[in-house]
Design a protein around this ligand. Structure first.
Ligand SMILES: Nc1ncnc2c1ncn2[C@@H]1O[C@H](COP(=O)(O)OP(=O)(O)OP(=O)(O)O)[C@@H](O)[C@H]1O
Length: 589
C-alpha cells in the first residue's frame, strides 16, 4: 500500500504503523490472557498451603499441579504468540517503510539521519518486538494485581498500592531525567557514524596524505562526545533502576512481614502471605522492566520522530500524470539556489531559453556555478526558487523517474556503482525485471553511441566486467566513458555532460566529439560544462557563468571573441594536442 502525506493528516511513520494495527492490537489482547494466566502460580500456592498441606490431600495436589502445568503451558504459548505477532508487525513495517526510507536517503544524502535511516529504522523495528513494548502491554495490569492484593487483605493492598504509585513516579522521573541526554546522545551517535562512513569513503587519500592519525583523533573526538552523553544518560537511568529494584524488593519483603503478622492474628491464611508477596512482585514487574528498557524505548522514539520528519520532508507527491516524451526544449525561469546557510546564493536568478537540438557549452571560472546549474537542469537537485521547464512543463510536474529516462546526465564525478559495466550503463534496470535481452541491446547501443564499446570489450569480461564498491576498478578516463555511455542509455532527448572530457586522452576527446555530433544531428539538446576548447566545433551557443549568474549567453561566434580574444579566430575542427582551456575574462576585463 502506498503511503502519502497530506498536510494535517497523520505522519508517514504513523500511517505505516497503522497498517500493523491488527498485529499490535492482537498482541495486546494476548497480553491480557497472559496476565490472567500469570495469576495461576499464586492460586496454586494458595491452594497448596491452605488446602493440600492441612488435609494431606495428595490427589488434590496432583490435580492442582496438572491444572497449573496446563495453565503454564498455555501461558508460554500465548507469550510466544504475542512476541511473534510483534515480530510480524516489524516485518510488515519493514516491507512498507524500507523502500520509502531508502528512497528518502537518496533524496537527502546531506542529512546524517538519512545516511543512518535504515539503522535507525531497524532500531525502531527491534524495539517494537522487544521486552520494553511487552512491558508496556503488561503495565495496564498493575492496578488489577493491586486490586487482587486488596482482596487478599486491605493492608497488603495498601502495600501494593504504595509500590504501584512510587514506581510509576520513578519511571516518570527517569523519563524526564534521561530524555534530553538520550536524544543528544542519539544525535551525536548518528553524526559520529555518518562522519566515520565519509572518512572510510576517502580512506585512500587519508592513507596517502598521512592523515590517518589526525582523522582517527578527530573521529575519537566525535565518539567521545557521544560516549559522554551516553554515559550521562546511562548513569541517570542506572540510578533510577537501582531505586526501582530497592523499592520492589523492600515492598515484597514488607508484604511477607505484614502477611506474617496478619496470619499470626488469623486475619489471613498462611498461603496468603506468599501469595501477596508474589502478586506485588508481579504487579511491579512491568514498571521495573519499563524503567530498565527505557533507554531503548526513548532511543527508538527519537528515531521514530527523526524518520517521520525525513519521510515528510522527502516524500514526493503521489501519482502524477504521465507526460509524453519531451522533444528537448528547455526553459529556465529565475532559477535560484541558496547556499547551506541561506545567507547567499550559489545560483542567482538564471533565466534561459534553450531550443530543442541546441548544443550549449557552459563555461566560466571555477566556482562559477556551472556544475550546480547542470545538476539543477538534470534534476539532481531542486532549485529553491524558480523553475526548469521541459517542453513547457514544469520539471516538478513530471514523475522524476520517468523524466530521468529522457535526460542523460554525466556528473563531474562519474558516480559508478558496484556491479557490472553493463548494469552501470543500463542504470541497473536489470533490477526492475525488465526484458534482459532488450537491456543488453540498449546498453551495447549506448556504449556504441559513446564510442566506448571497444574500450569496454578490452576490459576483462567486457560488458560483464565487475566494478567494486564506488565503481572502483576502472581508470578515471575509462570510468568517464562508461558514465558517458550510461548518460546516453535510451537515447535521451536532453544530454547534460559535466566536464565529460576532464580525464580523456586525445582518442577519448575525438570519440566524445563524434558522440556529441551524432546526437546534435539527431536533434537532441546537449549541455556541456567544459573548460576545454575541444568541444567548440559542435557548440551552437555559449553560456558564460560567473558568481552563480549568467554573464553572457548567445551564439558561439558572438560570445567567443568576447571571452577569449587571444584565441585564433577559426574554431579548430578537432584538437591535435590536449585542448587548451576556455577562460572567461576577468571581472575587471
Ligand atoms: N554540495 C554543495 N554544497 C554546498 N555548496 C556547494 C556544493 N557544491 C558546490 N557548492 C558551492 O557552489 C559554488 C559553485 O560550485 P560549482 O561546483 O557549481 O562550480 P563550477 O563552476 O562547476 O566550478 P568548477 O569549474 O571548479 O567545477 C561553489 O562556490 C561551491 O562552494
Amino acid at each position: 500500500m502506498m503511503i502519502t502525506t497530506n498536510p494535517g493528516a497523520e505522519g508517514p511513520m504513523r500511517a505505516a504503523l497503522s497498517l500493523c494495527r491488527r498485529h499490535i492490537v492482537a498482541a495486546f489482547g494476548f497480553s491480557a490472557l497472559v496476565n490472567i494466566l500469570y495469576i495461576a502460580p499464586t492460586l496454586y500456592m494458595l491452594q497448596v498451603y491452605d488446602r493440600v498441606v492441612p488435609t494431606h490431600g495428595r490427589l488434590t495436589l496432583w490435580f492442582l499441579t496438572a491444572v497449573l502445568l496446563f495453565a503454564l503451558v498455555t501461558l508460554s504459548m500465548l507469550d510466544r504468540v504475542r512476541t511473534r505477532l510483534l515480530v510480524r508487525a516489524g516485518v510488515r513495517l519493514d516491507a512498507t517503510l524500507a523502500p520509502l526510507l531508502l528512497d528518502a536517503t537518496i533524496g537527502r544524502p546531506d542529512q546524517p539521519v538519512a545516511r543512518q535511516a535504515l539503522r535507525e529504522f531497524d532500531n525502531v523495528r527491534q524495539t517494537l518486538s522487544g521486552p520494553g513494548v511487552l512491558a508496556l502491554f503488561d503495565a495496564p495490569w498493575t492496578p488489577i494485581y493491586v486490586g487482587v492484593c486488596f482482596l487478599v487483605h486491605p493492608v497488603l493492598g495498601v502495600v501494593a498500592l504504595v509500590g504501584g504509585t512510587i514506581l510509576p513516579l520513578i519511571a516518570w522521573r527517569n523519563e524526564k531525567g534521561t530524555r534530553t541526554a538520550l536524544e543528544r546522545a542519539q544525535i551525536a551517535a548518528t553524526t559520529s557514524y555518518a562522519s566515520q562512513e565519509a572518512m572510510l569513503g576517502g580512506a585512500e587519500a587519508v592513507r596517502a596524505l598521512g592523515m590517518r592519525r589526525a582523522m582517527v583523533t578527530r573521529q575519537l573526538r566525535y565518539r567521545e562526545t557521544m560516549l559522554a552523553l551516553q554515559t550521562r544518560a546511562g548513569f541517570t537511568g542506572g540510578n533510577y533502576m537501582t531505586a526501582t529494584k530497592f523499592v520492589r524488593l523492600a515492598l515484597q519483603s514488607l508484604a511477607l512481614g505484614l502477611g506474617a503478622l496478619l496470619a499470626i492474628d488469623n486475619q489471613i491464611s498462611g498461603g496468603s502471605i506468599f501469595a501477596a508477596s508474589f502478586l506485588i512482585s508481579r504487579a511491579l514487574a512491568p514498571i521495573e522492566m519499563l524503567i530498565g528498557s527505557w533507554k531503548g524505548i526513548a532511543q527508538a522514539h527519537g528515531s521514530y520522530l527523526r524518520l517521520d520528519k525525513l519521510l515528510t520532508e522527502t516524500q514526493t507527491a503521489g501519482a502524477v500524470t504521465q507526460l509524453p516524451a519531451p522533444k528537448g526544449t528547455l526553459r529556465l525561469e529565475n532559477v535560484t539556489l541558496f547556499n547551506d546557510t541561506r545567507d547567499g546564493t550559489i545560483i542567482s536568478d538564471v533565466s534561459l531559453p534553450i531550443a530543442a537540438g541546441e548544443v550549449i557549452a557552459i563555461v566560466g571560472p571555477s566556482g562559477a556555478g556551472k556544475s550546480t546549474l547542470a545538476r539543477i537542469i538534470a534534476g539532481a537537485i531542486r532549485p529553491d526558487r524558480g523553475r526548469v521547464r521541459i517542453d513547457g512543463a514544469d520539471a516538478t510536474d513530471w514523475d522524476p523517474e520517468q523524466l530521468a529516462e529522457h535526460i542523460g546526465y554525466l556528473p563531474q564525478d562519474p558516480s559508478l556503482f558496484a556491479g557490472t559495466v553493463k548494469e552501470n550503463i543500463a542504470r541497473f534496470r536489470t533490477e526492475l525485471a525488465h526484458d534482459p535481452a532488450a537491456i543488453d541491446a540498449a546498453a551495447i547501443k549506448a556504449a556504441e553511441r559513446a564510442r566506448a564499446r571497444e574500450l569496454i570489450q578490452r576490459l576483462p569480461g567486457g560488458f560483464d566486467h565487475e566494478l567494486k564498491p564506488g565503481g572502483r576498478g576502472l581508470s578515471a578516463g575509462q570510468a568517464q566513458r562508461v558514465a558517458l555511455a550510461r548518460a546516453m542509455f535510451g537515447d535521451p532527448a536532453v544530454l547534460i555532460l559535466d566536464e565529460p572530457n576532464a580525464h580523456l586522452d586525445a582518442e577519448g576527446d575525438g570519440a566524445l566529439l563524434a558522440a556529441i555530433d551524432h546526437y546534435k544531428k539527431a536533434g537532441h539538446t546537449i549541455l556541456v560544462v567544459s573548460h576545454k576548447l575541444g568541444i567548440l566545433p559542435v557548440v551552437d551557443k555559449l553560456l558564460v557563468m560567473r558568481g552563480g549568474r549568467v554573464e553572457m549567453f548567445g551564439p558561439r561566434d558572438e560570445v567567443l571573441p568576447k571571452i577569449a580574444p587571444q584565441r585564433p579566430r577559426a574554431v579548430p575542427a578537432a584538437p591535435a594536442k590536449p585542448a587548451p582551456t576556455i577562460t572567461a575574462p576577468s571581472a575587471s576585463a
